[in-house]
Design a protein around this ligand. Structure first.
Ligand code: ATP
Length: 240
């Protein structure tokens, strides 16, 4: 498998406070990679740095060999890296379909392609299809997560970065969302970087995982090995 994303010695600061301390990791084409760690470990900051929302102080971030660290966030999206932020951020006053249309910026005038991608998202998320005219602000948390993920898929990303998709959702809804993430990876071949505090749920569908502690990676392994290691589960992953 070829490398899609390669992060080397990434260091990110908020003012004088260092949140990411020399992080190295890779995501290969077709993989689901989980980035795990407790509150404040630096997971969201890593995603924000990759998307160009924060500049790294040091290090490199390469997408298929091309450096992202000096690119604008919209260019990074156009290159195929799409970030679904923590808290989903759908446009509450717009309908489901309108939210999805906002995610479609490739070949802007290609109406046939827009219709085709809307169809693809509605097939992937039948609940959104049933609610296509409903205002996004009135959707449940799980449905809003589906909408934010569907909106990201509208631009056919090469790398989909999901920040805590399970946050605030009931366990049964978490299972639904995780199934959909797996389906996106298997059916569309989309590579996924998944940030989660719900480590067990994430490792059940990821191929590999990295554990982050106060801004540094302390462990990396296959998802199976991380899940099977009692010490890892106790020390880092909590009991779910
Ligand atoms: P969570 O799951 O709680 O979001 P996380 O692993 O994603 O945790 P980050 O949000 O990346 O962690 O935060 C890493 C560190 O950076 C924390 O110590 C946090 O307080 C700090 N931090 C995050 N955002 C800012 C900001 N805008 N200004 C200053 N410090 C920040």
């Amino acid at each position: 498998m070829s490398t899609l994303l390669e992060v080397k010695r990434m260091e990110t600061f908020y003012g004088k406070i260092q949140s990411v301390r020399g992080v190295d990791f890779t995501v290969k084409q077709g993989e689901i990679v989980a980035l795990l760690g407790a509150n404040g470990a630096g997971k969201s900051t890593i995603l924000k740095t990759i998307s160009g929302l924060i500049r790294p102080a040091q290090g490199s971030i390469a997408l298929m060999g091309e450096d992202l660290t000096k690119k604008e966030p919209h260019t990074i999206v156009e290159m195929g890296v799409v970030h679904v932020p923590e808290g989903r951020r759908v446009f509450g006053g717009l309908a489901v379909t309108e939210n999805l249309e906002l995610g479609f910026f490739i070949k802007k005038r290609d109406k046939a392609k827009l219709a085709q991608n809307l169809d693809m998202v509605f097939q992937m998320f039948p609940r959104l299809a049933e609610r296509r005219k409903q205002m996004a602000g009135t959707l449940s948390g799980g449905e809003q997560q589906m909408l934010a993920t569907g909106r990201a898929l509208m631009s056919e990303p090469k790398l989909l970065m999901l920040d805590e998709p399970s946050m605030g959702l009931a366990p049964i809804v978490v299972i639904d969302i995780m199934k959909i993430i797996k389906q996106i990876n298997q059916q569309r071949g989309t590579t996924i970087l998944l940030v989660e505090q719900n480590a067990k749920a994430a490792l059940k569908l990821a191929h590999r995982g990295y554990v982050l502690e106060t801004g540094s990676i302390t462990m990396e392994d296959s998802a199976g090995n991380l899940l099977a290691d009692d010490n890892v589960v106790k020390a880092y992953l909590g009991v779910h």
